[in-house]
Structure formats: C-alpha cells, structure tokens
Design a protein around this ligand. Structure first.
Ligand code: TXA
Ligand code: MG
Length: 321
C-alpha cells in the first residue's frame, strides 16, 4: 500500500468510516479521533500493519502499543481480565483508562504490539468515531498517538497531517479532542493496581474504586515509553517560570500572567485544570510555531489532572537524546 503524497483529513461520516475500515482490513494506517488525542490506527492482529505504525512514527520497537476495543467482551479475548480489571473497566469504560493485563492464551494481537512483554494494554475509547470504526472493523485497533515519535501529541486532524503527511493512508476528522491528554495507564497484572502513566483519569478517581500502589521504578521498566524525552516541541521548554526571558514564548496558567512582550498563550485564564489539559498540546504547538528561543511555562498545580499535565510538561522539557 502506498500512502497518498498529500494527506487531507476526511470528515468522519458513515461513508468515510466505511472506507477507513476497508483500508484497515488490508493493512492500512488510519488516524482517528478519540476523546484523549488522535490515534494512529492499524489492525492490531496484523504483524505487517502494526510494523507499519512503528515505521510511520519512527518509534523505538521496544515501546508497546495500546489495543483499542469495542467493549469488555473484545477485551476479554485479548487479555486475562481479573475481577479487579473488570471492576476498573466497569467504572471507567468507555473512557481514558488503559488496563495492562496478561495476554490471553489465544490473544490474536500481534506480539509486536506487546513489544516482547507477556502483557497487553487495552482501552475502550469514549468517542463515537472511534467506536464506530472498531465496530465496523470488528477487530482491535492498535493505536499510539498519531504523531512522530517523541513529539507533541495531536488533538486535531490538522495536527496529524502536519506530522505524518505522506506516511499514512487516511485521517478521519472528528473535530478537536475534548479531553486533550492521553489515557491513564495502570497495570492490573497482579492483585494490585499500579499507576504506570498518569493521565486523564486521576489518582483520586482511581482511589475511589480501589487502592493504587506507588511504583515509579517499576513503571519506568514496564512502560518503556515513559522514560525518554517525549511530547517535545522544537523549542526548549523551561518549567515553573514566573519571569520569562525576553526571547521566550510564555505558556501561562490562570488570571495573573506576568507582563511579557513575546508570544503568549494561556492554558486556562480561569485556572481550570481540565481546560488546561484540553489545551496543553495545541497551545504548545501554537507557541512552537512562533519559533521562540524557548517556551517558558508558568507553574501548574499538581492536584487532580494537574499530575498528568505536569508529567507531560516534564517530558517536554527533558533533554532530547
Ligand atoms: O489516550 C491514549 O492512550 C492514546 C489514544 C490514541 O488512545 N494513545 C496513546 O498511546 O497515548 P501511546 O502509544 O502514545 O502510549 C501508550 C503507553 C506508553 O507509555 C506505553 O509504554 C504503555 O502505554 N504501554 C503499552 N503497552 C504496555 C504494556 N504491555 N505494558 C506496559 N505499558 C504499556
Ligand atoms: Mg504518545
């Protein structure tokens, strides 16, 4: 399959979803909207299709992928769902929670998607286009965020075409993502829930359902994608800044921004963390497009979804290797 030279988003109506599903069934790559970020989808049961994801993203092979499913029933064909896993699925699906569980004995998902681990990451997205697409294909879709590896995640169809033009077959346009930040990843391999990647479902929300074990070292090993510089704009990123330098762009938060003559964007003028999460990647892109010397980010509170926002910002600011 040869991807089109120029990628134009396709409005995600029924006809487009039909064409997208046919493309996926012959091993194509289709970017589609979810409530969190746009995913770069492929038939998770096809080794070739999954390999194409890694190639299109320039992604290190050791970073495993999430399989997106239509519901608990499909999830149960892929992974061993313990009582605890089912409890979490019932509490948060469809929605931005990814469960890492042991692969089922007859799991049809390509081993490449598990990157050599005996576990599999599964999530049921809460987006009508994503659900319609999985329903049409009748197979799990492997889908990382639809951006070149290490770069800022896409929250609009245009962001996808900016990064992956010429490398993928189709982009379904379902408008901007409402949540804007990736799913929370938890391991439920043992009888304890371990937080591997902070995300949209907050620690507090998880703890209302079950206890959550603190294990950042284990998380680094088990979710290898969490180690490196990630979510990175071209410009360097400086965190917790109260006084930006003249040649920096300012990413603000809240009603009181310092006086600044350079480019300014505000994640949430009313200091609303949910709004800030939804805006994070788009505002980073907006400031990066002004080619500043660097991007100075004001302090963001760490409670609730602020934990995930600070996690992404920390990776965006990490030295690029
Ligand atoms: O919101 C999201 O999760 C988006 C949308 C498209 O669903 N997807 C996404 O995928 O963020 P990606 O590939 O960018 O991030 C997947 C994360 C990585 O940190 C990866 O290491 C972890 O999930 N992961 C995947 N499979 C795993 C496994 N078997 N064990 C541990 N971590 C795993
Ligand atoms: Mg990603």
């Amino acid at each position: 399959m040869t991807p089109p030279a120029t990628l134009t988003p396709t409005i995600a109506d029924n006809d487009a979803i039909d064409r997208a599903s046919q493309c996926l069934l012959v091993g194509g790559l289709v970017a589609f909207p979810t409530e969190t970020v746009y995913g770069l989808g492929a038939d998770a049961t096809s080794d070739q299709a999954v390999a194409r994801i890694f190639e299109a993203k320039g992604r290190p092979q050791f970073n495993p992928l999430i399989s997106h499913v239509s519901g608990v029933e499909m999830a149960g064909q892929l992974g061993e769902l313990s009582g605890l896993a089912l409890k979490l699925a019932h509490a948060f699906w469809p929605g931005p929670l990814t469960l890492v569980v042991l692969r089922a004995p007859n799991c049809p998902v390509s081993l490449l998607a598990s990157a050599g681990l005996d576990t599999i990451a599964i999530r049921m997205p809460n987006h009508p286009v994503a659900q319609a697409l999985i329903g049409r294909v009748q197979r799990p879709l492997a889908a990382p965020s639809a951006n070149p590896s290490g770069r800022v995640s896409p929250t609009t169809a245009q962001h996808v075409t900016e990064g992956l033009d010429g490398r993928i077959d189709m982009v379904l346009d379902g408008g901007p993502c409402t949540v804007g930040l990736e799913s929370t990843v938890v391991s439920v391999v043992s009888d304890q829930v371990r937080l591997l990647r902070p995300g949209t479902i907050t620690r507090e929300q998880l703890e209302a359902v079950c206890s959550v074990v603190e294990d950042t070292n284990g998380a680094a090993i088990e979710a290898p994608g969490m180690l490196a510089s990630h979510y990175a704009p071209n410009a360097s990123v400086r965190l917790n800044v109260s006084a930006p330098a003249d040649n920096e762009a300012l990413l603000g938060f809240g009603p009181d921004l310092p006086q600044h003559d350079g480019p300014v964007a505000n994640l949430s003028p009313t200091a609303d963390l949910v709004e800030a999460a939804a805006n994070l990647f788009a505002k980073l892109r907006q400031l990066d497009a002004t080619s500043p010397h660097g991007i100075a980010v004001m302090p963001i509170p760490t409670d609730g979804i602020g934990e995930a926002i600070n996690d992404r910002l920390k990776r965006a600011a990490a030295p690029k290797t």
